[in-house]
Design a protein around this ligand. Structure first.
Ligand code: GUN
Ligand code: FE
Length: 405
């Protein structure tokens, strides 16, 4: 709280419950917290609500200007979608009836060709940015298409609506948007192209994204196309495309040796469970990836994944982990706390954006969701809250729910 405290004034102060992940704890809950945001949108201080008088003097805000959250509200960090194809949103929820390589040829490539039409692009890109924001995605790592004008437009739309984004193949950047070098995947690139892309990324210190080891058929194809390389991962590595700013989608079929290379280079994995199940690609063993100390975030992979919601990605991640547990009862199932971390801080680490976003730390941008669990017409029925239900049987109060261990 010392270095930049007088650099910018305080624009907003919130008091209430804050839920986030830290580097040490998967879910930390700060009850009656007090958080100040400066005029640049950065978190200036985090303290306890009880300290409001001291903090208001120190930071120069009026105590009456504090926004008090309701009893059933909390703030959580905005979610980070580490892998989503903006250009595939138009057919999300359809066309999931064939495996990856056929699916690409039959559905994906013909639709992506439409993005030479800027008005087509504007329509879909506006919808996907608005939809993901409504679903709580404050940061998205987007694949677009080979059409530069359309990709620039996606960057502009994300920036205008206030979403932080990495956008494939955009060189100009907007304040909230950074470019990301985007070879689609090894089978669609020559070694020469991969080499040039690695050079561009290295010379300009750029983010990199691609796909890796999504299906066994694809892994075999890469073996045929790149026979002189040790592995799929080696193909990217030998072209300088594995760095600590690289995120690779899927990785369902990576070997231990390949995961070691991810760890050594600092490259990360975008786990996209909806897509992996929908296209019958595989089930990533997230626990194994985490044990290798490889960074990992979650992705929706629209439209291989049918849902543009990170909450869905959270649920599908737990489902896949439980399916692995059904196959092996000794499996160390992911907890929902761990998956919460993957959807927020884990994603920001995977995209190398954790200096800016991912949790509530002083100096980071305040990217946050204000969640009201009791919103009128909302999806949650709060039943066991407050004093609990008042149920009497034969004049005696009973508590008709089971305490959790
Ligand atoms: N591999 C190469 N391109 C794609 C794509 O568009 N979607 C998915 N899921 N995998 C890919
Ligand atoms: Fe993808």
């Amino acid at each position: 709280m010392s270095s930049n405290e007088s650099a910018a004034g305080i624009a907003h102060v919130y008091r209430g419950t804050f839920v986030h992940a830290t580097y040490h704890t998967a879910v930390e809950i700060l009850e009656d917290g007090l958080l100040g945001v400066d005029t640049e949108g950065k978190i200036a201080f985090i303290g306890s609500g009880k300290e409001v008088d001291r903090l208001s003097q120190k930071w120069g805000f009026e105590a009456f200007a504090v926004t008090q959250l309701g009893q059933h509200e909390f703030f959580m960090p905005g979610m980070v979608d580490t892998h989503i194809h903006a250009s595939q949103y138009s057919y999300a929820g359809t066309a999931l009836d064939m495996p990856l390589l056929q699916w690409l040829n039959m559905y994906t490539f013909p639709v992506e060709a439409c993005y030479k039409d800027l008005e087509f692009a504007r329509n879909v890109y506006t919808h996907i940015v608005k939809r993901t924001l409504r679903n709580g995605t404050t940061t998205a790592c987007y694949f677009a298409t080979i059409h530069t004008d359309a990709s620039l437009l996606l960057g502009q739309i994300a920036n205008d609506f206030g979403q932080r984004a990495l956008v494939g193949k955009v060189i100009n950047s907007y304040p909230l948007v950074r470019p990301v070098v985007t070879p689609r995947f090894a089978p669609s690139c020559s070694a020469t192209l991969l080499g040039h892309l690695g050079e561009i990324a290295q010379n300009n210190d750029l983010h990199i994204q691609s796909h890796i080891s999504e299906t066994k058929e694809e892994v075999n194809l890469v073996k045929e196309l790149f026979p002189d390389y040790d592995s799929y991962t080696d193909v990217y590595h030998r072209h300088n495309l594995l760095t600590d700013k690289t995120v690779m989608a899927h990785g369902c079929h990576l070997t231990d040796g390949e995961l070691k290379l991810f760890r050594e280079t600092g490259a990360s994995i975008a786990h996209c469970p909806n897509s992996n199940i929908s296209l019958c690609s595989g089930m990533l063993d997230v626990r194994r990836v985490l044990n290798h100390k490889v960074k990992l975030g979650l992705g929706t992979d629209v439209a291989g994944g049918y849902s543009p919601s990170m909450l869905d990605a959270v649920r599908r991640t737990l489902d896949t982990s439980k399916a692995l547990t059904i196959q092996d009862t000794q499996y160390h199932t992911l907890t929902f706390e761990e998956v919460f971390r993957l959807a927020t801080l884990g994603g920001s680490q995977a995209l190398s954006l954790d200096e800016n976003t991912g949790n509530f730390e002083v100096g980071k941008d305040f990217d946050a969701l204000r969640v009201n669990t009791d919103a009128a017409g909302g999806p949650i029925d709060l039943i066991n809250h407050g004093e609990g239900p008042k149920v009497y049987v034969a004049g005696k109060r009973v508590v008709p729910f089971v305490e959790r261990p």
